[in-house]
Design a binder for this molecule. Structure first.
Ligand SMILES: Nc1ncnc2c1ncn2[C@@H]1O[C@H](COP(=O)(O)OP(=O)(O)O)[C@@H](O)[C@H]1O
Ligand SMILES: [Mg+2]
Length: 434
């Protein structure tokens, strides 16, 4: 039926994409341009052929919201709307599939850290753009996020999208999405009273209708599920801190991701991080991870970046020459490694200096030894000197004594000889006298 009408408008090569709550989505080619589109067809009337006014109003709302939010690569792009005879057709840029299909096809139904950061950055870009147009999606979930042919995540589905009145900042319509991603303040206290009771206990004033803060909260839960998987009981435990599982500890950016997810899902709406700020952080991570130019991060106004700068000391922001700010993320692992290697360097130097100290000390010991040896030798020399002197003296005395003795002996001998001579003379005289 829908096909027949679309053929009349110049489309061909139909491929079925989905049958949603409101209508059908087909992928088709615009025959004369050869371009492919996704076409969402919403029938005017119900199964009994009666014109369904509520449905018509809803289609108009969806079309208006799509038009209001047109212009971002991260938001579903409405090419044109065709008011057919039985259907309203919304002609959209064709995407490859949904984020839900992608996640469902992965082991553990989880994305890896970097893919999650990338897609969350894309969704934050889309949501930031939508919020800047004073609208909310009001139904953020994985099957409403598409992956386009460039591999970017795109927010689609504006069936429940709403404008945010300037004065209040709260949508007139209530939250229409899945309760899993619903901000706790948006729960209807008649259906589930725990959050309402807790807000009253904490003396926090809240509104059940969606706002920028409740949208940020939904994005927080989307991000959480991307990396931690779907946790059944989460929907009723939003007043407690989110549990993080073991694999999370191995993440490179675990500190930043926790800051973002916990920041988005704060129980008190006013304590939540604004989408804009998280977008800067996510862009910061991506530019760091992929060595991108800082221009990648600079999209956001300086004022916002300065505000963000004041909020968290743990994340550094750098002001560059153009007076723009951007966050730097030394990822923990490499920072730790750097720290470790500088510690190693210090240890090495410490080792060197210890070695040198040891060498100096042993040289000192050698010097002391040498000195004491010299002193010892001095003593020996002195002792020997005194010994020599003593010996010399002794020798001298001995020689003297010997000389004296020999002189005495000689004198004795002399006197003996002279006495002998006299005796001989006497004898000779006697002889001659005789
Ligand atoms: N632009 C698109 N490109 C490819 N598939 C799309 C596109 N838009 C929607 N779809 C497919 O159709 C499904 C329903 O579209 P959606 O706009 O979410 O309508 P519904 O109100 O039925 O949920 C999506 O989940 C997706 O599978
Ligand atoms: Mg949908």
């Amino acid at each position: 039926m829908m096909k027949d009408e679309l053929i009349q408008y110049g489309y061909s090569e139909f491929r079925y994409a989905s049958q949603g709550a409101q209508g059908y989505v087909v992928l088709a080619k615009e025959t004369h341009t050869n371009k492919r589109f996704a076409i969402k067809g919403i029938p005017f009337s119900d199964v009994n052929g009666n014109v369904d006014q509520a449905k018509q109003d809803q289609v108009k709302q969806e079309k208006d919201m799509l038009l209001q939010c047109n212009g971002s690569p991260y938001v579903s792009n409405l090419i044109k709307a065709i008011d057919g005879t039985k259907f309203t057709f919304l002609v959209l840029t064709e995407c490859v599939g949904t984020l839900k299909e992608l996640i469902d096809s992965l082991p553990g139904n989880k994305l890896n850290e970097i893919s999650a950061i990338k897609y969350c950055k894309d969704i934050a870009e889309g949501l930031h753009y939508i919020l800047s147009k004073k609208c909310i999606v009001n139904d953020l979930k994985f099957d409403n996020i598409l992956i386009d042919y460039n591999g970017n995540a795109v927010i689609s589905e504006f069936g429940f999208a709403q404008t945010l009145p300037k004065a209040s900042g709260y949508s007139i319509q209530e939250y229409m999405g899945k309760f899993y991603f619903q901000a706790p303040e948006c729960y209807d206290p008649k259906a589930f009273k725990d959050y309402d009771v807790e807000y009253k206990k904490r003396n926090i004033q809240t509104h059940t209708n969606p706002s920028q803060r409740s949208e940020a909260c939904s994005l927080g839960y989307i991000f959480y599920v991307m990396i931690q998987g779907f946790k059944q009981d989460l929907a009723f435990k939003k007043q407690f801190e989110l549990p993080y599982y073991q694999n999370f500890e191995t993440f490179k950016y675990k500190k930043q991701l926790r800051y973002i997810i916990d920041g988005f899902t704060q129980f008190a709406p006013r304590e939540r991080l604004p989408v804009e700020e998280v977008l800067i952080l996510l862009k910061g991570i991506i530019s760091f991870e992929f060595d991108l130019d800082q221009k990648f991060v600079e999209l956001i106004s300086q004022e916002t970046q300065e505000q963000a700068n004041q909020l968290n000391q743990e994340i550094e922001f750098i002001q560059n020459f153009n007076n723009k700010y951007y966050p730097i993320f030394k990822n923990e692992d490499s920072a730790l490694q750097e720290f470790q290697s500088s510690q190693d360097e210090i240890e090495k130097l410490r080792g060197y200096s210890k070695n040198l100290e040891y060498q100096i000390n042993s040289l000192k010991a050698l010097q002391v030894q040498a000195e004491s040896k010299i002193q010892g030798q001095d003593k020996i020399i002195k002792e020997q000197e005194t010994k020599i002197t003593k010996l010399t003296q002794e020798i001298c005395i001995n020689i003297l004594n010997y000389l004296i003795q020999s002189t005495q002996y000689l004198q004795k001998k002399k006197s003996l000889t002279s006495r002998k001579k006299q005796k001989i003379i006497k004898a000779t005289q006697i002889n001659s006298d005789l």
